[in-house]
Design a protein around this ligand. Structure first.
Ligand SMILES: Cc1cc2nc3c(=O)[nH]c(=O)nc-3n(C[C@H](O)[C@H](O)[C@H](O)COP(=O)(O)OP(=O)(O)OC[C@H]3O[C@@H](n4cnc5c(N)ncnc54)[C@H](O)[C@@H]3O)c2cc1C
Length: 456
């Protein structure tokens, strides 16, 4: 649909993309394929990061896996499917350089990045410049896709434009649990001292009680668990604000009982006469109420150790985790407060953000947000309005989460997962109905996404 463009939209027909990683590369491809001229500003190889090794675009900084390729039972596999359906550069190149990896999509990383670089350089509408961008320009259309290792000068400029509280330099992620995997015969909903004006506020927390023996066994397991080391180049300065629970436990066996596990102001309705020795609290992590994060449980435990240790918590014995905890260097903005549903900065709409800096996590999710940002920006330059990204697609569930569905106050980067999807009516909850439920989500997503792509 053609629209009258506001003056600032007519200043140029070029799209500038800062950062040629997963998101920037995909955004450039999508916009160029829609007929828009694109300039990619990538600082490497002139300016490096501690993790990247080459000057290639779309370099994979760590593992060579795009995770599960199962598009019927896995949310990231569904995202693969949606990106393939939308002519995604990252997926088509990954498919060409696929390595055997069972149900996962693993790629030969160097040929993959070289091939993405070659395809972008060869595109008649794309040019690539090797320069660091350190400000948010007021003119022209820009997508900032500078990732978790955004250069410090640009980080400062983003902070100046958005406010100190709206930009984080580290992830301190507490594990996130699927609500339907929590045993509510043991847990209960209550805010400490029943604080709150409304019933919803007074029952905002989900509580898991521990007796003395359970607490002592939990502390032993925490202390013994395998931990990951920090990457070179990361600093530990953020420790002041968010100590990992195992570090708290090392400071003293009672520290957690006086911190995130304190049992005061709570009464267990299942056993009202028994005083809990410690209580683990979980808080709603999305508006749908399908995900809960374990409050204050950021951790550097290895993933295998985390599931073992967290399943010792009463009511979480059968917990399924939408994501596990972690702490690492990661620059990201508070998208739920800063971005509109088109991924534009509300205060400066000629600027879009894409990729991991928007608060998604992972190669696939970052490329996915690049795909959307590229298409949305290109349409705007062409004075067209695309239909809303369907919320029931994996793309839509993610963009909806980061631009409004997530709790802004506790916003932390998120992988795609079925907890972000609206329920399908009439299906069984819990573990037993999971296979049918996931199939219903993926069928519904494929239908709405195919429609959207056809209309764009
Ligand atoms: C150490 C580390 C390990 C990781 N391991 C994994 C993993 O195993 N699996 C996984 O799925 N994800 C992993 N991630 C997350 C991963 O970085 C993202 O999933 C993905 O690469 C993000 O894509 P992106 O396009 O947002 O950012 P990136 O791919 O990082 O791309 C951003 C680009 O912007 C450039 N840039 C930065 N600042 C500027 C500037 N001012 N001007 C111009 N260019 C700039 C950078 O050089 C970079 O090329 C890891 C991240 C880190 C830091």
């Amino acid at each position: 649909m053609a629209l009258l463009c506001p003056i600032w939209q007519r200043m140029t027909d070029k799209l500038h993309i800062v950062g040629g990683g997963m998101a920037g590369s995909e955004a450039a491809w999508q916009a160029a394929e829609m007929g828009v001229d694109v300039v990619i500003h990538e600082m490497r190889p002139n300016v490096g990061t501690f993790a990247h090794q080459t000057g290639n675009l779309a370099e994979m900084v760590c593992s060579n896996s795009f995770r599960s390729d199962d598009d019927e039972q896995n949310a990231v596999g569904l995202l693969h499917w949606e990106m393939r359906t939308a002519n995604g550069l990252i997926m088509s190149t990954a498919d060409r350089h696929r390595l055997p990896a069972g149900g996962a999509l693993a790629v030969d990383r160097d040929p993959f990045a070289e091939s993405v670089t070659a395809r972008l350089n060869a595109h008649p509408r794309i040019s690539v410049t090797s320069e660091e961008v350190t400000s948010l320009p007021e003119d022209d259309h820009w997508i900032f896709a500078t990732g978790p290792l955004t250069s410090p000068d640009l980080g400062q400029a983003i902070q100046a434009a958005t406010g100190a509280d709206a930009l984080a330099f580290f992830d301190a992620i507490a594990p996130i649990v699927y609500a339907d995997s929590i045993d509510m015969d043991k847990a209960w909903m209550q805010s400490r001292y029943d604080k709150g004006e409304t019933e919803e506020e007074r029952t905002a927390y989900l509580n898991c009680p521990m007796d003395r023996d359970q607490y002592e066994a939990f502390i032993d397991a925490l202390l013994a668990a395998d931990k990951t080391e920090f990457h070179e180049g990361e600093t530990a300065g953020y420790f002041d604000g968010c100590l990992p629970i195992e570090v708290m436990a090392e400071r003293g066996r009672e520290t957690l009982r006086h911190g995130p596990m304190k049992p005061v102001g709570l009464t267990n309705p299942h056993q009202p006469d028994v005083k809990s020795h410690a209580v683990v609290q979980l808080r709603r992590d999305n508006a749908l109420g399908t995900l809960f994060n374990i409050v204050g449980f950021q951790t550097k435990m290895k993933y295998g150790a985390q599931t073992d240790v967290f399943r010792m918590i009463p009511a979480l014995e059968n917990a399924s985790f939408a994501r596990l905890g972690g702490i690492h260097r990661n620059t990201f903005i508070n998208s739920p407060t800063l971005l509109d549903e088109q991924m534009r900065l509300k205060s400066q709409p000629n600027i879009r953000f894409a990729g991991q800096i928007t608060g998604v996590e992972g190669y696939v999710e970052s490329a996915a947000m690049g795909l959307l940002a590229g298409r949305l920006a290109a349409a705007e330059i062409q004075c067209r309005t695309l239909p809303d990204v369907p919320q029931d697609s994996a793309m839509g569930a993610l963009i909806h989460h980061i631009t409004g569905g997530a709790e802004a106050r506790t916003f932390q980067p998120m992988n795609v997962n079925f907890g972000l999807f609206r329920p399908v009516d009439g299906l069984k909850g819990g573990r037993r109905g999971r296979k049918d439920r996931y199939k219903a989500y993926t069928d519904r997503a494929k239908a709405v996404w195919s429609d959207w792509v056809k209309q764009c």
